[in-house]
Unconditional design. Structure first.
Lengths: 322, 262, 262, 322
């Protein structure tokens, strides 16, 4: 678990282990220390709550990258029963950066899509670290069209630094593939729920992220660009990546305030990766709750509401009206 | 790459072949170098005067301005600077006009303003002009000169403009309204991966650079670049672009297309 | 490649690993070699008994027979020979049945009969069974084991069966009726390039060879073949096939799909 | 022109040139030979009509291959005004074996598609001898979908030995691309006219050949496979390619009798290549005549008629009904 600890947690982790050591030490005494230990643990928990409810944007970024967070496959494997994975775009190739398929979620037949970064080095390479190629976006679209045809809701799990930036992706029309997905998802005649579970990175994330409801894990991030890229562009202003992470407003809370994220899913106290099962069940409950509402809508209303949702995102000064 | 536009008194040095061209002659030649056919970038206002019938243009939403919603470092200053140097309020002009007598809705993104990147204002104006086109049943032509994609300084609000403008592009499609994209100079990232890549017909001017990931993004991955990578010609061969049209033929080609699909 | 089916008394030599397998055991194992997992080709009648609930199958058009419309050299003789050796009238059986209690329309092309190639009879039977499926609102599963494509001996009438069966496949799509293709042993040319390539879901058995141009056609162009060229695995990686399913899991996978898309 | 002469024409060509020589010779005489010459020429023409109206299937095959026939580009350039060529499938590439675009045909706005073999060695290589790759079929489909959306009729010119049989075409799903075209063309909601102008070869031709009306030049051929391939398969029966060409019934007349070809377009006496302008104008007239009828139909009726047209192709014995 060591490599799963981020800098900001180190003091509290140390305190926790000191209290553990203390407990062990005092257990050999006749005197009862339980009251004192209890007080200490209460204090520890208060500190923890304060700490973990105020993780800086930059540490949230690092948490998605440096820590063994639950990935799309964890959510899919746990939440979807009778799962059948489907492969390929029927045009050029299959893209393992995207897991796609059909199965049962609670009482629903659903189509699922998930960007998968991979768990170990071998899988990360196979899955290209979750960076999708054009064939991945086209595979997603093919399978979403199947969902539309057979009126099955779509659940997507977003977790990618962005679309693959290589020469081959350019040659096969990365921009055009993403654009098509945005257009088609905006009018897909079936409910779509998107869950941002880790790192939502730019157009590459958005390529499977247009939805009726966007749910986001408390510590997940979603950004127009990497904080490092932002700092690079603003280098003359001497703005560091942690400062960029603040400036970009990439946390679930900020995005909820902007009306971009519809619902924040609380993580377990120390983060989804410290209690994966709880995190997954919370995601499951949030998805179900939203799905229960969406499936009751007339398709035309659903699609029009989705259009209006995006139509209304944006902030500007219109002097004609002010 | 060259960002030059005509602003040196009297004459202009072609950034491609280095030859000196008389300002007036350059303008008469649609800002295309008569020596090497280099297509100099064109500002939004210039594009309108090159393309539309004189006196027909009515601008939509001319005063829509950014509110700096993220209160982003240096953003206001840079916006003011670009506003001053270009005479634009943001990186796009939209409106209604006529081309050879054919009424249409037009939008033009301008590279000189924050590299033509898309924030809330650009996204809103593109979507509004598409919605107007549906209301009035007019064809839409959007010119894109956007090296920047989603505008970083408006964060996720910018990224969501990709979804918003793609959604209104899809509305055009559903309404069977002709939608043409013309890519000029540069078209990358969030602009290319949304409304600029969704036209029924996609045209590029010669030499235009087209793609998703620009030079900066690619630097992280070291790869040998194929010849002519991300040029208009390259993208036609890769099947992404319908055709390359010289700027001095643009008006007549667009007129033919508007006529055909009307 | 191996065309063997079980017909040697008592035991069978696997064409892939050469090992000898008891007939009865081979059949119990769905004709899959227990040593090397080689999927032996399966006849149409065998497929029905492996897949459908016993006693539920009702055959469509059992007597549709070729009229040898081109009066083609040797055609009648070869048809008679294949009819005798397979017990089939032509290279396909179609009908209605139940799989785990779910009613469906099924079609199975048989490699043993003129390599599973498509003439007027095969095309007509496929189209009729799809039309029946639309009438009765039943899902359709078509198994293809067709090394031959459009059947040469019926000339252009065969080629046009590609258009005809594709047209009825499209009717299925428009009617939102689930259409599943299962490719087994071989699926090439005119069959692969029409109804067998148009399912909502396309499944292949392990080791199936899949493509447009078979060995014969390719011989004119000498090229180094990539590893595993035209195998099921290769085609999944190339994005053309949804998944590979082992024969002993076929029934349960199909049941899941039928259940999901119902 | 020499290389444009096929074996079967040699005797008549020789006779014709002999008569020409004779005419020159007698012109120096005072005696009037005009009556005799006229009789000879009449005889020659009668012989020609007999010869050219009975070209063997195999010579028709050779005529499409060995002779400078007018190609798709000739018909397109001559019949379509205000032509704008469109490129690319928006997915992978552009295929120069297929010319595609929009323009005016008579008083119609049309979308055109043509398989182009190329005129000289350089162009033939560029155009891959008219053998299309999957991206060509997908380009065709993209542009036909545009025709459907804007309700423009589609005219296709078929002239190919077949789809490209190479490894790269297999890798990108040649069979799947062709199948999609067949399915989509069968239900495309706009009129489609297909003209077989040269060599219609198997599924590769059919991939742009599903239409409301199939017109075919008198000497063009359309075959399920190359006669050579047929002979190879039937080698044990000692059937030569010329015999295969007979057996396959690949001529316009035979296909008209089968109900596959709707209309035969008469070629100029010695073939389309001996009077290209006339051939093109006849094609133009035939296309116009058919288009005039098709555009008057309700789209639903048009599509249903197209379905029934293909539905009814096939000959078999149905003992239940006979
Ligand atoms: Zn120059
Ligand atoms: Zn074996």
């Amino acid at each position: 678990m060591d490599k799963n600890i981020l800098d900001f947690e180190k003091p509290i982790m140390e305190l926790e282990s000191k209290i553990e050591e203390l407990k062990e030490t005092v257990s050999s005494f006749q005197t009862d220390f339980s009251r004192e230990i209890e007080l200490l643990e209460k204090k520890l928990n208060r500190e923890k709550r304060a700490l973990y409810s105020n993780i800086s944007p930059w540490y949230k970024v690092l948490m998605q990258r440096e820590v063994q967070r639950p990935r799309a496959s964890d959510y899919i494997n746990s939440l979807i029963r009778n799962k059948t994975e489907l492969f390929g775009d029927r045009i050029y190739g299959d893209d393992l950066a995207l897991i796609a398929g059909i199965g049962k979620f609670r009482n629903y037949d659903v189509v699922f899509l998930g960007q998968e970064k991979g768990k170990d080095t071998k899988e990360r390479l196979e899955r290209n670290f979750g960076l999708m190629h054009p064939e991945g976006y086209r595979k997603a679209l093919r399978i979403m069209k199947l969902a539309e045809k057979f009126k099955k809701p779509v659940i997507t799990f977003v977790d990618t630094q962005g679309a693959h930036p290589g020469v081959d992706a350019e040659e096969r029309g990365q921009a055009f593939a993403i654009a098509e997905n945005l257009a088609e998802m905006s009018a897909l005649e079936t409910p779509i729920i998107c869950v941002v579970i880790g790192e939502g990175g730019s157009g590459g994330a958005l390529g499977i992220g247009v939805a009726d409801k966007i749910l986001m894990l408390e510590n997940a991030i979603y950004s127009v660009c990497l904080p490092e890229t932002c700092s690079e562009i603003l280098w003359r202003a001497h703005i560091t990546p942690p400062e960029s992470a603040v400036a970009l407003k990439l946390t679930a809370e900020e995005l909820h305030e902007f009306g971009i994220v519809d619902e924040i899913i609380k993580e377990p106290l120390e983060g989804a990766h410290r209690d994966i099962e709880t995190a997954i069940q919370r995601v499951g409950r949030a998805v179900k709750k939203n799905l229960d509402v969406l499936v009751k809508l007339e398709i035309d209303d659903l699609v029009e509401q989705r259009y209006q949702k995006y139509r209304n995102i944006g902030e500007f000064i219109d002097e004609n009206y002010e | 790459m060259a960002r030059n536009t005509v602003n040196i008194e009297g004459s202009f040095n072609c950034p491609e072949c280095g030859k000196s061209i008389d300002d007036e002659e350059l303008l008469k030649n649609y800002k295309v170098c008569p020596f090497c056919n280099y297509h100099n970038p064109v500002g939004a206002q210039e594009r309108i005067s090159m393309l539309l019938d004189p006196g027909t243009f009515i601008e939509y939403d001319p005063v829509l301005n950014t509110s700096d919603p993220l209160n982003f470092p240096l953003y206001k200053e840079r916006i003011k600077k670009d506003q001053k140097s270009t005479g634009l309020v943001d990186a796009v002009i939209t409106g209604k006009g006529e081309l050879n007598g054919i009424p249409l809705v037009i939008g033009i993104t301008d590279y000189r303003f924050r590299m033509g990147s898309m924030g809330s204002v650009l996204g809103e104006k593109i979507t509004r002009c598409m919605e107007k086109a549906i209301e009035e049943n007019l064809p839409v032509i959007i010119f894109s000169s956007s090296g920047g994609g989603a505008r970083m300084q408006e964060g996720m609000l910018s990224l969501m403009q990709m979804a918003k403008t793609s959604a209104s592009s899809k509305k055009l499609r559903k309404a069977r309204i002709l939608y043409i994209n013309v890519l000029s100079f540069k078209s990358f990232a969030g602009v290319m991966a949304s409304f600029a890549g969704l036209g029924h017909i996609i045209i590029a001017e010669p030499g235009t650079q087209i793609g998703f990931t620009g030079e900066r993004g690619r630097s992280s991955i070291s790869q040998e670049l194929p010849e002519g990578f991300q040029t208009a010609k390259f993208m036609v061969e890769r099947g992404m672009i319908d055709m390359i049209v010289e700027r001095n033929e643009m008006k007549s080609v667009l007129a033919d297309l508007l006529d055909f699909f009307s």
